[in-house]
Design a protein around this ligand. Structure first.
Ligand SMILES: *[C@@H]1O[C@H](CO)[C@@H](O)[C@H](O)[C@H]1NC(C)=O
Length: 384
């Protein structure tokens, strides 16, 4: 049942603005969506039961996503943004031990981060910044729906559902070339069955302004790349969770071929990571240099991971084991499922001081790690 806090947030996501006051409340989730949100974003309804629209051009898709109206948007097949906004000249540099010509990533100097000699490059403008999605949207893909060369940017918006699509090809040659999905100052966001790949920067980037009630589920973080900051075909730029007060359910995702930030947890992030498969990591998975980050990891499978927890991590973590699983009762109202490790260091942290912070959130159920280890990699991503 929603707590007062959750119920209030849910009601607020429909708070009357000059515009929405004129609309009837639409709380049902469209039948074009498969299933319903779970975990922290359980209250998300996106575009509600608005009549679906079926944009066939990138211009129409952009128009619907950026309109002020609640919208249910169904997309089908490939939406090719590459080149659609032209190119732009930038400066870049090589700061890693490999160059883009031999498996590495260059870095754009857009934030003046270059400490080595710069050179001129041309990047794709569409990929550099995502579509500014507005509130109360449902975006559902069918038949291999793909945003080629464009990500999604969720800033100061609420109540959005994104399901069953691929986002790829965001200037992967260059750090800062483009994020797949970025969120800042959002609430009630459900991202489900999304595959992200070939990003310049983050697969998921949570900005510093708080993101409340976010669930990312059944998604495939596909880190395989020709342009790797760690020079080994693995992306460093997985999930950056650094908001001041983020609350994120990370559920049944397949995090594959990464070498860092998987996730980076700092700021004031509260994370519930359940039944994910973290596979083939050559650097480290969990990192974060700030004390405010908090996370429960349960029922996950860690497979072929070099370092599960970076030694510089400063936050609070609870990694569920068979013997400590009962302690989760006070956080989740049930016991945890133990994590499993195969060729991966165990997550030996059992901080519980933050357990009361889960009070008032919807908590997704957990299955045993054993039962999800084959299923999650098979089903995660745009597989509906
Ligand atoms: C956060 O988003 C709300 C709209 O949802 C806006 O009114 C507010 O100014 C935003 N805050 C910041 C810091 O951007």
């Amino acid at each position: 049942m929603p707590s007062t806090k959750k119920a209030l947030a849910w009601a607020l996501s429909f708070a009357p603005s000059a515009f929405s006051a004129a609309l009837p409340f639409k709380r049902a989730i469209s039948s074009v969506v498969s299933g319903s949100p779970v975990g922290f974003a359980s209250g998300a309804t996106g575009g509600g039961d608005a009549t679906p629209v079926y944009p066939t051009t990138i211009a129409d898709l952009k128009k619907y996503l950026t309109s002020k109206n609640p919208q249910v948007i169904v997309i089908d097949g490939q939406y090719d943004f590459a080149g659609s906004e032209g190119t732009q000249k930038e400066q870049a540099c090589n700061i890693y031990s490999c160059t883009p010509e031999n498996g590495g990533q260059g870095m754009l100097n857009t934030l003046n981060g270059c400490t080595t000699a710069t050179y001129n490059v041309e990047i794709d403008t569409a990929a550099y910044q995502g579509i500014q999605v507005q509130s109360h949207k449902t975006l559902v893909g069918k038949n291999g729906a793909t945003l080629n060369g464009k990500g999604l940017r969720l800033v100061s918006v609420s109540n959005i559902i994104i399901q069953n699509l691929k986002i790829t090809n965001l200037n992967p040659k260059y750090v800062w070339g483009g994020d797949a999905i970025s969120l800042s100052n959002t609430s009630d966001i459900w991202i489900d069955h999304v595959e992200t790949s070939l990003t310049g920067r983050q697969h998921y980037s949570f900005g510093q302004e708080p993101n409340h009630y976010v669930t990312i589920s059944n998604s495939f973080v596909n880190g395989e790349t020709k342009y790797s900051a760690s020079c080994d075909s693995h992306t460093y730029w997985g999930e950056e969770m650094v908001g001041k007060d983020d609350s994120i359910t990370w559920y049944r995702n397949h995090v594959y071929m990464t070498s860092g930030r998987s996730p980076a947890m700092s700021g004031g992030t509260l994370l519930h990571a359940v039944n994910n498969v973290f596979e083939d990591n050559t650097g480290h998975l969990i990192e974060g240099g700030e004390a405010g980050a908090r996370g429960i990891f349960e029922g996950n499978v860690f497979k072929n991971v070099k370092t599960t927890l970076d030694s510089g991590f400063k936050g609070q973590l609870f990694g569920a084991t068979a013997s400590n699983a009962g302690q989760c009762q006070t956080a989740l109202g049930r016991k945890c499922e133990a994590n499993e490790f195969s060729s991966a260091p165990e997550l030996n942290r059992a901080d519980t001081g933050f357990f009361k912070n889960f009070n008032g959130f919807f908590i997704v159920g957990a299955a045993s790690a054993q039962s999800i280890q084959d299923e999650v990699p098979k089903r995660a991503g745009a597989t509906l």
